[in-house]
Design a protein around this ligand. Structure first.
Ligand code: ADE
Ligand code: ZN
Length: 339
C-alpha cells in the first residue's frame, strides 16, 4: 500500500481496474515465499537484493515475467497470490478488479486450468468476504507464443467455463504476428460467451490499432490504447464510439512508452472525451499500484476528484460483470461520493 495512504485527495475515491496481470501482481516478498516453499531458487536476474524486479526494457520485462512465474507451482500458490493482490487493492480503495490470467503460464507450470481456476475462485470469494473487493477473470493469450498456442489456450478456456471468467484477450509482444492471425482464437472465446479486449496501442501506433479493431471486431475495449494520441482522427472516432481505454500510466512511464510523465497521453485522451479507466498492469514491476495511478491522474494529468469518480464509474460500466454486481458496485460509488 502507498506509504502515506489517506494523505492524498485521490485516496478516498473508490477505485476499479480492468487490467491487472495476475502473474504481474506478485509482490517480491510473496514471490520469495512461494519459491522457498516450493524448494526453488529464484533464477538470477529476477529480483535484486532490495526486492525490485530486474528488467531493462519491454522484451526483457517479458522474459523476467516468465522467469518469475516459474516459482508458482501449486494451486495454493495461485490462491495466495490472488488473495494477496486483492487485499492490497482493497486497502487502497479498490472495489473491483479484472485479473488477467494466463492459461499458457498454467500449462508451463504443469498445472491444470481447473486447479488454477478453483484456487482463484476461492481467493476471489475470500476477498469479497474479508475486504469487500469484487473480481472477475479475463483469460489472456500470449501473442508472441503464436496463433497455434492461442487456439489451444482458447479451446481449453472454452472447456473450463466459470461465472467469474468473463473476458478474453491477448497480451505479450504487440508486433508478433498480425491481429488477424488471432481471429480464430477470439472466435472460440466469443462462442464460449466471453467478452473481449486486446492489448493494442501500447507499443505500436494508430495504424496497428486500426488494424486490430478491423480484424477483431469483437474487441470492446483497448488494453492501453494510449498511442492513439498520435492520430486525432482515431482519437475522435474512439471517443465518439465510446470505446473504453484501459490506461496504465505507471507501466507506460516505467517502460518509456512516453518520454516523460508530463507527456503521457492520459490528459489528451481525457480532453478529447475518451472513455478513460485506470489500471496498474503489473504493479510491483513498475513500482506502482492502483492508488498511485489515481494519484497520478490528479498530480500529473491535472484531473479532479469528481473526474476520478467518473473514471471509476467508466470502469464499472465497461467491466465484464453481471448487471446485479455492476449496480451493487455503482451504489457503493454513489454512497462514497455523497458522503
Ligand atoms: N504482459 C504483462 N504485462 C504486459 C504489458 N504491459 N504489455 C503486454 N503484455 C504484457
Ligand atoms: Zn497489460
Amino acid at each position: 500500500m502507498l506509504k502515506d495512504f489517506g494523505a492524498h485527495p485521490a485516496d478516498r475515491v473508490p477505485k476499479a481496474e480492468l487490467h491487472a496481470h495476475l502473474e504481474g501482481t506478485i509482490h517480491a516478498p510473496v514471490l520469495r515465499t512461494l519459491a522457498a516453499r516450493n524448494g526453488i531458487t529464484l533464477p538470477d536476474g529476477v529480483l535484486d537484493e532490495a526486492d525490485n524486479y530486474l528488467w531493462t526494457d519491454f522484451n526483457d520485462f517479458l522474459k523476467v515475467y516468465d522467469l518469475a512465474t516459474s516459482a508458482i507451482k501449486t494451486p495454493e500458490d495461485y490462491y495466495d497470490l490472488t488473495l494477496d493482490y486483492l487485499e492490497r487493492v482493497a486497502a487502497e480503495g479498490g472495489l473491483y478488479v479484472e485479473l488477467l490470467a494466463s492459461p499458457d503460464h498454467v500449462f508451463n507450470l504443469g498445472m491444470t486450468l481447473k486447479d488454477q481456476l478453483d484456487a482463484m475462485v476461492q481467493a476471489i470469494d475470500e476477498a469479497r468476504e474479508s475486504v469487500g473487493v469484487e473480481a472477475r477473470i479475463s483469460q489472456t493469450i500470449v501473442r508472441h507464443y503464436g496463433p497455434e498456442k492461442a487456439i489451444a489456450a482458447a479451446t481449453a478456456i472454452a472447456d473450463h467455463p466459470h461465472p467469474y471468467i468473463t473476458g478474453f484477450q491477448m497480451a505479450g509482444a504487440e508486433d508478433a504476428y498480425t491481429p488477424a492471425d488471432f481471429r480464430p482464437a477470439y472466435d472460440i472465446a466469443v462462442d464460449a460467451g466471453l467478452r473481449c479486449t486486446a492489448h493494442t496501442g501500447e507499443w505500436l501506433g494508430p495504424d496497428s490499432m486500426r488494424e486490430t479493431l478491423a480484424a477483431l471486431p469483437m474487441v470492446e475495449r483497448l488494453g492501453h490504447g494510449v498511442r492513439a494520441i498520435y492520430d486525432a482522427d482515431l482519437v475522435r472516432e474512439l471517443a465518439e464510439r465510446k470505446v473504453p481505454f484501459e490506461v496504465c500510466p505507471g507501466s507506460n512511464i516505467a517502460l518509456n512508452v512516453f518520454p516523460s510523465p508530463e507527456e503521457h497521453a492520459l490528459r489528451g485522451l481525457w480532453d478529447a472525451g475518451c472513455v478513460i479507466t485506470l489500471a496498474s498492469d503489473d504493479p510491483p514491476y513498475f513500482h506502482t499500484s492502483l492508488g498511485a495511478e489515481y494519484r497520478f491522474a490528479v498530480d500529473v494529468a491535472g484531473l479532479s476528484v469528481p473526474d476520478l469518480y467518473t473514471i471509476t464509474r467508466n470502469a464499472l460500466q465497461a467491466g465484464f460483470m453481471d448487471e446485479a454486481t455492476r449496480s451493487a458496485l455503482m451504489m457503493r460509488v454513489a454512497a462514497s461520493e455523497a458522503a
